[in-house]
Design a protein around this ligand. Structure first.
Ligand code: AMP
Length: 196
């Protein structure tokens, strides 16, 4: 059983073309506020990031953002968060966000979201943390990503155990339940001797 008091959410700096993406971000915001799970995120006020943060705040929840100085203008650092951490670089942003959370998930997003979830996964693969990680496969948004991971396994570049470090679900309640109830074991070594 993993207790999740703070959830790191990676998501797009865009809203996506279809309103369903924003609606899912709002749904997550309501759940986080209701369950008293603090939101940790990139600190911006635009895109799905902004929608999510606003919904948590609107429902009386807590939000901590982490934004690099130079993005504070471009991504319009949110002005009314519980706390906004100003950092120097993208690398520092990711490291600080990881330290602040008990678990991490990705909603739909672009390169930034992918970069962040992959870094969290590679840190876990290396045994640097044991935090649960998941993706919300809303309306099949990440179907191709799941297929790509299976291809990596088939071709011998990813072990089944490491692929299974990532929880995948179509709804937030399902995803959170999987992350809270599955035992998280540390990855001992990145590559075991003799492992193909
Ligand atoms: P995107 O998914 O491309 O819309 O980006 C979502 C968020 O990820 C935005 O806040 C970006 O600033 C952030 N981001 C993009 N690249 C990186 C990176 N290398 N490290 C940390 N955050 C990033």
């Amino acid at each position: 059983m993993t207790e999740i008091k703070s959830l790191l959410v990676y998501c797009g700096a865009h809203e996506g073309f279809h309103p369903k993406f924003g609606e899912a971000a709002k749904g997550l915001g309501k759940i986080l506020a209701r369950e008293k799970i603090k939101l940790i995120y990139g600190g911006g006020s635009i895109g799905l990031m902004g929608i999510l943060a606003n919904e948590v705040l609107k429902n009386g929840g807590e939000v901590e953002g982490v934004i690099p100085d130079f993005l504070n203008v471009k991504e319009i650092g949110h002005k009314s968060l519980t706390k906004l951490h100003l950092v120097k670089s993208m690398h520092e942003r990711k490291a600080v966000m990881e330290k602040l959370c008990d678990a991490a998930i990705a909603l739909p997003g672009g390169f930034g979201t992918m970069d962040e979830i992959f870094e969290m996964l590679t840190w876990k693969q290396l045994g640097l943390h044991k935090k649960p990680i998941g993706i919300l496969n809303q309306h099949g948004y990440y179907n191709h990503f799941v297929l790509q991971m299976n291809r990596m396994v088939e071709e011998g570049f990813l072990t089944v155990a490491n692929r299974d470090l990532l929880f995948v679900a179509e709804t937030i309640p399902e995803l959170l339940a999987m992350m809270m109830t599955t035992e998280q074991t540390a990855q001992e070594m990145w590559i075991q001797p003799g492992q193909e």
